[in-house]
Design a protein around this ligand. Sequence first.
Ligand code: PBG
Length: 337
Amino acid sequence: MENKTHLVDEITGHRRMRRNRKADWTRRLVQENRLTVDDLIWPIFLIPGNGIIEPIPAMPGVNRMTVDKAVEAAKEAADLGIPALATFPNIEMELRDETGSNSLEKNNLINLASAAIKKAVPNIGVITDVALDPFTSHGHDGILRGNEIVNDETVEQVARAAVYQADAGADIIAPSEMMDGRIGAIRQALDAAGHQNVGIMSYATKFSSAFYGPYREAISTGGLLKGDKKTYYIDPANGTEAVRDAALDVEEGADMLMVKPGLPYLDICWRLKEAFGLPTFAYQVSGEYAMIKAAAANGWIDGERVMFETLLAFKRAGCDGILTYFAMDVARYLARK
Ligand code: PBG
């Protein structure tokens, strides 16, 4: 029995928050949010060729894979219960040009991967990005004319690319290039091509962030990028603008919303979920992953605990799921438990 002091008793009265925290069983009983394998979307990087898995230095534990290896990885992910993958291609430099024309090749790397994965592992969801950055020689997400990333021409192209992606087997199109009007245009194009069941997960609030650094290494756009993406991504200072931008996507027919990056933008996750009630996802991006990995490698934090804590924070902030490079680690951990 603890010695009570008159002073604390007078202040707390009968109110003691610690009663519910006193044992493992009470803590489990009152736990408000839980992370499960069903919350995970695993982003993977693709390279041309066969039989190759290559590490990405700025993202320890993350690899680029050829399509055959991606199929094996997809099988493993499905066996662990991961609901969906998000694929990002690192294509040959010779195939990149001013307009990102390879995005309109029926059998480009991302479409070959979708077809192969859906054939071998039909019950894992495939989510594909239609932004042009993996395909452009300047690393921008849209078509560059003079000094401008032109909006409407880019929207037309990404809508056409979305149809090829759906033809190849993509289940959800996830446009990340933040052009105005893209959700409506993609919805129309998909419907006109008979893809009524292909969904759209809008990268509704994509911020102009420094946290994307390692991703640009992963798909080799870092050295290419001229200038920055401030004329199309959202200023990190703006929350209300982000909600307005998401509202347009909802109006235009988005089935799901995404917030990107994740942890620095939990307020946006909460605001979108409150405002629209759509399935809402956070993208724990490459820089967030790299920071945790680097600190853990130095012994400065417990990497596994920080991983779980950050992912749970997304759930608490109202997210239905998380795109995370930790997906396989988490799924394996949960499977062992
Ligand atoms: C671009 C795109 C980005 C990411 C995915 N698609 C950002 C960018 O380079 O501008 C970032 C993902 C990550 O950092 O993990 N369309």
